[in-house]
Design a protein around this ligand. Structure first.
Ligand SMILES: C[S@@+](CC[C@H](N)C(=O)[O-])C[C@H]1O[C@@H](n2cnc3c(N)ncnc32)[C@H](O)[C@@H]1O
Length: 243
């Protein structure tokens, strides 16, 4: 089993720390996008967390099931209204299977990068394809690797600098990995948290999809179907399983 980074301490603060991601201006377009793809079918969220998207998607009438590594994140989800309508399986989304077939599977907020090897990312696509109905879709929302913004010859890039919070990504270009370091001041204490990721290119994801019997259907830079261009910092991609 992969290491759990979203432990009790992180889970308790997750919604407050990611408040910008819970803003309806962020959530609503994502939920509409996913609801359109799910139609009358069921949806599977990989890394469901505290239900940021799963709960509003479920309220829209979509049957949602989640896979999640962290019992502490699930406990936060299950304390919220509407959680009874959402099934959760504790496990690694690269390998865990849930009974039933899904019209839609989705993996958002850069979480594919939590799988820190290429093999695990490939396995994740294969695991999703095995659980999709023919013609079903897999959606990933993930950053475009920020290597263009890394100063020449440097390996560390600040992604957040404010009086109470500092965040740095430390790149290992040869291994296509990075470690995000977070330092947060609160109540006279310094919270320190580091987590490893494997950054992944859009074309590499397309190849992983192909290996799993899926092909690219749409790629946008955001949930409102903004065009994906050379300047895009992230993408929302949809792969379809052969009918
Ligand atoms: C950045 S949070 C995103 C949570 C939620 N999807 C959201 O959008 O707010 C990533 C979540 O994925 C879970 N996760 C990370 N790696 C996982 C894995 N291999 N299998 C299952 N869950 C995983 C973490 O525990 C965490 O809850």
């Amino acid at each position: 089993m992969p290491e759990i980074y979203f432990d009790e301490r992180v889970a308790k603060e997750y919604d407050a720390d990611s408040a910008d991601m819970f803003d309806p201006a962020v959530v609503d377009p994502a939920v509409s996008f996913l609801a359109d793809l799910a139609g009358t079918g069921a949806a599977l969220e990989l890394g469901i967390g505290t239900g940021r998207l799963a709960l509003p998607l479920s309220r829209r009438g979509v049957r949602v099931h989640g896979i999640e590594l962290s019992p502490a994140m699930v406990a936060q989800l299950q304390a919220k209204p509407g959680a009874d309508d959402i099934g959760v399986t504790i496990g690694d989304f690269a390998t865990t299977r849930v009974s039933g077939a899904f019209r839609l599977a989705y993996l958002v907020y850069n979480t594919i990068e939590n799988l820190t090897t290429q093999d695990e990312q490939v396995q994740c696509f294969q695991n999703v394809a095995a659980q999709l109905e023919p013609g079903g879709c897999f959606v990933i929302e993930v950053e475009v690797p920020a290597l263009q913004r890394l100063p020449l010859g440097e390996t560390v890039r600040a992604f957040h600098v404010s009086p109470t919070r500092l965040g740095f990504d430390e790149y290992d270009i040869a291994a296509q990995g990075l470690v995000s370091h977070h330092y947060q001041v609160g109540d006279n204490q310094l919270g320190v948290f580091s987590q490893p990721f494997r950054y992944v290119w859009p074309s590499e994801l397309d190849l992983m999809a192909r290996l799993a019997g899926m092909s690219l259907r749409e790629r946008w830079s955001g949930w409102k179907r903004e065009p994906f261009t050379s300047d895009s910092r992230s993408h929302v991609s949809v792969w379809e399983k052969a009918a």
